[in-house]
Design a protein around this ligand. Structure first.
Ligand code: FAD
Length: 392
């Protein structure tokens, strides 16, 4: 029987597995996909998360591979092309964040968890969790095969974009649903230190230099706007239709990508479900997107995933008798849920406000104000959590 069974080896699950296994817990990590795999994500990692990447098993590879330090924040909206200094993170190893492709980052974090001692079941999907007394039995599936693992506690780090068998959520499709897209480009004209926010009718996005000379472009677009855009461009894939829509409404993106080449295929995911979810329920701990998700306009999801794993690990490691009893687990769960809210709720609210503002049709009338006072962008980056150090 394991001390902890962790479902999902994204940044949240792999970080929790590494931290708990490094502290001597017996940990099993279950991941349904083969790695390396690409993922819809802008790939920017805030400087506030660098302490969690400075584990000796990760640091060298991260510093070698990640893209340039992002020292400027910008805005591309209609004809507006602005940039200003990114506020540095206080007291961090470096003040500025960098981007690393999810094919590489997630593999790196997973390898570090395994090196720390976590057992790995991959590609296996957790399909059922049952609690009997003070233990959990988790059924895993891979094709026709079935296995059951037992653990004292379960941490769900399975993200938020797919159905979770133990937390069914049914919601009808709505025109306002946000669908997410991402692609990599080579040979762009985007300045290397700059991460611009992209604003266009019915959506928002971002661009950043990642590893291997590639630039990631990721965005969210309303379902109804995408549909209209696709109807106007028959024969184009959804990703191409999104890019054309952005080109039509964002001179900055068109200029940055005019000489560029698409690398690989467009990826799509969603609808995304920003909001705060229970962090501890029915004896299960939730971290990363499974616990709560900010609008990706602030590019903080990877950091929140790793930092929430750290917050939970701290509470579990401090709990009496390695959180052996249900009572000790419930106490750790309550404290973690409170820590989570203190650390992340302001970021989620700020992100929701920015996202709704960016998609509000009247916002274009305020572009001259932002052009006059570009420091508004610095203020936005600060509110989104890019400067406050949580993990030291
Ligand atoms: C358009 C867009 C752009 C973004 N850009 C950025 C950015 O630039 N910077 C940033 O910090 N964040 C960004 N984000 C957010 C970021 O991608 C997420 O917040 C982050 O991936 C959450 O990490 P996680 O570990 O919680 O979940 P995930 O990364 O989703 O990992 C969950 C893992 O669980 C596995 N899994 C799921 N179900 C099961 C199961 N039943 N059994 C076993 N395994 C399972 C999945 O295969 C996956 O590997 C962006 C998001 C979007 C939509």
């Amino acid at each position: 029987m394991y001390d902890a069974l962790i479902i999902g080896a994204g940044p949240a699950g792999a970080t929790a597995a590494r931290l708990l296994a490094s502290a001597g817990w017996s940990v099993v990590l279950v991941e349904k996909s083969e790695f390396p795999r690409r993922k819809v994500c802008g790939e920017f990692i805030s400087a506030t998360s660098l302490p969690l990447l400075c584990d000796e098993r990760i640091r060298g590879e991260f510093l070698r591979s990640a893209g340039p330090e992002i020292r400027r924040v910008g805005l591309f909206a209609k004809k507006t092309v602005l940039n200003t200094r990114m506020p540095p993170a206080s007291g961090s190893i470096s003040g500025w964040g960098r981007a690393l492709g999810r094919d590489r980052l997630d593999t790196l974090l997973l390898e570090a968890a395994v090196q720390a001692g976590a057992a790995l079941w991959q590609p296996w999907k957790a399909v059922q969790i049952e609690r009997t007394g003070d233990r959990f039995a988790c059924t895993l599936a891979a094709g026709e095969k079935r296995e059951t693992l037992s653990a004292r506690l379960v941490i769900a780090a399975n993200g938020s974009w797919e159905k979770s068998p133990w937390r069914p959520e049914t919601r009808a499709h709505r025109p306002s649903d946000l669908l997410a897209f991402k692609a990599h480009f080579q040979h762009t004209r985007l300045p290397s230190e700059l991460m611009p926010l992209i604003v266009f009718p019915g959506g928002y996005g971002g661009m950043v230099h990642s590893d291997s000379g590639r630039v990631s472009l990721s965005c969210c677009i309303r379902r109804d706007v995408l549909e209209t855009s696709r109807n106007a461009q028959p024969g184009r894939s959804a990703g191409e239709a999104v890019l054309q829509h952005i080109f039509q409404h964002c001179d900055g993106v068109r200029d940055a990508l005019s000489p560029a080449e698409l690398e690989g295929a467009w990826l799509a995911a969603g609808p995304i479900r920003p909001g705060i979810r229970p962090r501890y329920a029915d004896g299960i701990f939730y971290i990363g997107n499974a616990a709560g998700e900010a609008h990706p306009i602030i590019a903080e999801g990877i950091s929140m995933a790793m930092q929430s794993a750290w917050l939970l690990s701290q509470r579990l490691l401090q709990a009496k008798d390695r959180a052996a009893t249900l009572e000790a687990q419930a106490q750790a769960g309550r404290l973690y849920a409170r820590d989570w809210r203190t650390a992340f709720a302001p970021r989620l609210h700020a992100a929701a406000a920015f996202a709704h503002f960016a998609m509000w049709p009247g916002a274009k009338r305020l572009l001259p104000v932002v052009e006059r006072f570009p420091n508004i962008l610095r203020w936005g980056a600060t509110l989104s959590g890019k400067t406050a150090q949580l993990v030291r």
